[in-house]
Each structure stands twice: as C-alpha cells, then as structure tokens.
Design a protein around this ligand. Structure first.
Ligand code: 4AD
Length: 456
C-alpha cells in the first residue's frame, strides 16, 4: 500500500510519443508510441503486469508494465474493460515468447482513463459461457466486446464491402429506397404497420418494387437496406429486421439471372477468402469452410418434390410432398444438408409466389423464380424474373387479391417502355450464418430484433 503512492509523470526528456492504433504497431518497432484502449485481459505478477489491450482497430497488443509503473494507485485499481492511456516503446517479443502481432510495448507511463467496476459488477462476472440466453440478449452491448462477436461484425463489414465492390465493377448503381412505405411486396401477413400522420403505413418488406422503378433511369441497380417482417415465430433464421441486399437487372433472361447469382456469390466468397482479415476470421470460426464450386446445382421445383419423396423427407404432418406444396423450412434444410452444396432451386408454382413473378412460357402455372439454398441455413436468396406485360401484371394483382391503385407508380413501369427484367434479395445475416457457421442469424446482426425483442 505504501509503495502504491508513486505518481508516474511522463518523462519530458524521452522522444515525443506518436499517437498510434494497435494495427500499426508491427510497422513501428523501436518507436515510442501513445496508445489508448480497453483492458481486454489482465495478468498481474509480482514484478510485471501484462495487459492485452484492445482499441477497436483490429488486432490486440500486449503492454508490459514493471518497476514504478506497477506501484501506482492506478495499478492497484486496474480492472478488465477499464480504458487506459499509455506511452511506451515497441519491441519484438523475445525468442520463444508469443504475443499478438509478435510485438510488445514496454510501458514508461500510463494511467486509467475510465475505471471499470470490480467486485459484483465486474465485467467478467456479467457474461460467461453459461449465461442464460435472455440475459445474454439484454447484454448484447457488452457481448459485442467479445472476440467472437467482434470477429463476426468485422467480417460483416468486409462482406458488405466486397458486395459493393462487385456491383461497382459491373456498373450496378446503389440507391437508397425508403423504409416507410404504403404498399406490401411479400403479402400482408408479415407487415409491420404504423400511423403515418393519420394514414396507415408500413415498414418495408423489400425494396424490390422501388428498384424496378429506376431501371429506366439508372439501369441495373442495387440497395443494401433494412427490411422488416412481423414473423410470428422464433426460428434460428428469422429476424424482424434484417439487412436485405437486393438487385434488379434490366434486359436479362432467367438464365442471366441465375448466372449472375452464381457469379456474385462465388466472387464475394473468393474475395473474402483472399482478404487477410476475413480469411483469419473464417479460419477461426469456420475452418472447414469449402468455397462452393461452379456451376451450382440447378434443381427444378418438381424434381425437388421428387427428391424429398425418394429420400423419405416427409411433410410436417408425416405425409409425402406433392407438386404445389410449399416446402417447409425443415424439409428444405434436410434436403440441402444432404446435397451439401449450394442449390439454385428454380421454377416454383405460381400459387406459392408473389403477384409480380413472371410465368414460364408454355408452363404457365410455374414461374421463373429461384431460391438459393445453402447447407446449414437453407434459403439465403429469393429472386425471379418480373412480369413485364401490363395485362399480366393486372391479372397478378387480381389473383392475389391486391388492390392495384396504390401500386400505380409500379404499374406505370409497364406503361412507359416496359422491358424484361429480374432481380433478387439476399438475406445478409443468413449469408453470414452460412459462411461463418453460426447457429443463428441473430449472431450476424448488431442488435438483433425478433419476436419479443427490440432492446437494446
Ligand atoms: O424471399 P424473400 O421474401 O424475397 C423478397 O423479399 C423479394 N422481394 C426479394 C427480391 O426479389 N428483391 O426474401 C429474400 C431473402 C430471403 O431469401 C432471406 O435470405 C431473407 O431475404 N429473409 C430474411 N432474413 C432474415 N429474417 C427474415 N425474417 C427474412 N425474411 C427473408
């Protein structure tokens, strides 16, 4: 206690410390730097403190404190998740020792900036491997500091970047459609509605219809926008709010759409595997990941029904599947896991699909539609060719019992220079759950929303 009276002062005779982020340290060996960050881990010995510091810039780094530096009040007080500031000299770790990035910082001055609690309220006590799921969810803001959640979020950022890069190289333009809308896209049962200055309005289920309206001005377009679904059940792949990556491509045929899907998925996967940060994360979280090979299996809906029956995959009520059935989540996943590679499931019956889907010429009860299915998750993409003919679209509204008036702006596309076009929506959290082998899409969302949860 007596020794703990030492007050550290920065030594003015030392070379000025350069402010640095942890990721820069391997480039700065021999330099004196100033660092700020959180105490990720702490190991105290009689003569040394070892702090693993985290500053959000990516890699961690080890600080070594000794001598006067561990005889201060702050040294007595230090806790995990406290913020600190420190100056020190970077050196390579000694032969036979290891530390993040192969370096350590020999600290000559440091202080606590914000002390995290000890005792009952200590960070380490709040979340552990056996913390109850609902408490975990309440503490998502703290869980996000953990290594797994941090890795998933960093991966997510890179994934979005590589999708954007792909679109950019293909001259597909990004737009930002509205989230507050007055029409549905995927049927009324999953709409969140709210009062909009006295009129009914909804949170968007899909930006597809808006993307279609700008094909005549911007050509091929995409958006990465939140979509909302009032899902009335808790599953491991459904969120109430999810990030929806949607694209709409003009002057294409159905085969072009399928080729595009294969290409964008494989290119983004390849780029992530080639990215040094992303590939480390894949190696840690999903070391057995095998990139999908082209071409993907193209499976006709009718053949999928046959597959299910031949492999004894039954409906929920125990009966065989028949053409016209909506393949349930469990059956779809069983089939996909058995086939164990991405599948383009195509040509769904019209009765199962939305009003806007184009029918197959000569097989009018079926549509030019596609779901991309991946092992472990099931459907990650839904897409189709769109009805381009005015009368056919009007019949589509009628079949689905949707009043056409609120859709006048969408219908106008068929009036003023209509054209063949198609597009798709990809669930970003599902794609990540597949790639990083997460049990649930909730892990791929910063603050997941699902039935009963909108906090924090
Ligand atoms: O199949 P969906 O409903 O298709 C559409 O919304 C089309 N309008 C998209 C388009 O063509 N532009 O949804 C597309 C994808 C699904 O394949 C799934 O990956 C994801 O969105 N998705 C969800 N992800 C998480 N939670 C939910 N509740 C989801 N609902 C759909």
């Amino acid at each position: 206690e007596e020794a703990a009276q030492i007050k550290l002062v920065e030594d003015p005779s030392k070379p000025a410390a350069k402010k640095a982020k942890l990721y820069q340290l391997p480039e700065l060996i021999g330099d004196r730097v100033r660092l700020q960050g959180w105490v990720h881990r702490l190991r105290t010995q009689k003569t040394n403190y070892f702090i693993i510091l985290r500053d959000g810039s990516g890699p961690l780094a080890q600080l070594v404190l000794s001598g006067d530096a561990i005889k201060t009040l702050d040294a007595l007080d230090l806790t995990v998740e406290s913020t600190i500031e420190a100056t020190g000299t970077i050196q390579k770790v000694k032969e036979g020792q290891s530390a993040p990035q192969g370096v350590e910082i020999v600290v000559d001055w440091w202080k606590i900036v914000g002390r995290a609690p000890s005792g009952d309220d200590a960070f380490e006590g709040r979340l552990s491997a056996d913390t109850d799921a609902s408490i975990r969810a309440d503490l998502r803001h703290l869980e996000l500091r953990g290594e797994t959640a941090t890795a998933v979020m960093r991966f997510r950022a890179l994934l979005l970047r590589y999708f954007r890069e792909y679109f950019n190289t293909k001259r597909i333009t990004e737009v930002t459609p509205p989230c507050m809308v007055q029409t549905s896209v995927e049927g009324g049962s999953t709409l969140f509605s709210f009062d909009y200055y006295g009129a009914p309005a909804y949170l968007t289920q899909s930006s597809q219809l808006y993307l279609e309206t700008v094909l005549p001005s911007l050509g091929d377009v995409y958006c990465i926008q939140e979509s909302f679904r009032a899902e009335k059940s808790l599953t491991r792949r459904h969120l109430s709010e999810y990030t929806h990556l949607e694209a709409e491509l003009v002057f294409i045929k159905f085969n072009d759409l399928l080729d595009h899907l294969e290409d964008i998925i494989c290119t983004v996967v390849d780029n992530l595997l080639a990215d040094p940060v992303a590939s480390e994360i894949i190696k840690t979280l999903h070391p057995e990941f095998v990139p999908p090979s082209r071409p993907f299996l193209r499976l006709d809906y009718k053949d999928a029904i046959k597959y299910l029956n031949e492999h004894g995959i039954k409906k929920e009520d125990g009966s065989d599947h028949v053409v016209g059935d909506d393949i349930a989540e469990a059956a779809e996943r069983k089939m996909t896991d058995q086939i164990n590679r991405p599948i383009l499931l195509i040509n769904f019956p019209k009765i199962l699909k939305s009003f806007y889907m184009k029918a197959i010429e000569g097989d009018e009860d079926f549509t030019e539609s596609v779901d991309v299915l991946v092992p472990g998750v099931g459907e990650v993409v839904g897409g189709s060719m769109r009805i381009s003919d005015f009368d056919e679209l009007m019949a589509g509204y009628k079949r689905e019992g949707i009043p056409h008036e609120p859709y006048y702006w969408f219908t106008d596309q068929r009036k003023y220079g209509t054209t063949e076009h198609g597009g798709y929506g990809l669930g970003v959290e599902r794609f990540i759950a597949w790639f990083l082998k997460r049990w649930t899409v909730r892990e791929a969302s910063l603050y997941p929303r699902y039935m009963g949860r909108a906090t924090p």
